[in-house]
Design a protein around this ligand. Sequence first.
Ligand SMILES: [Fe+2]
Length: 153
Amino acid sequence: MSRFVWSPEYELGIEVIDHQHQRIIEYINQIYDARSRAAAQDSLAAILANLVDYTLSHFAFEEALLEEVDYPELSEHQLTHQHFAKLIGAMKTRFDRGEAIAEELATILQHWLIDHIMSDDQQYAPLVKQRLLGIQPDQQQSWVQQAVSRYFQ
Ligand SMILES: [Fe+2]
């Protein structure tokens, strides 16, 4: 595996979500970069905590967005987020036990995120664009800003 390089094919065309996905990829790359550093356990613990925190905020934001547009597959989408939370929880347990999981974790996260973006997220993109992006730009901007400040610190 190698560093995760963002590609335009991963874009949903929903700027706020695309930006959040790119931030998650930066965290995954930080894990990858820390894999072979001596004494990496401490910095890895901090990166992992940031990744989990940011990703869960992203999920909450995305779910609020899907609720806002009455996305009919919201509960299925939430399930995929819950699976991810379980997966990362299991990896964190192994990490806490002292296992060297950085490279494996970065690989798993890369695959999970790409799969999620290319299937689950692409599925909701047309409806969000039609219902949210179809409204007046200033109304849309205020919904996005309020939701960002609600879900991200
Ligand atoms: Fe999602």
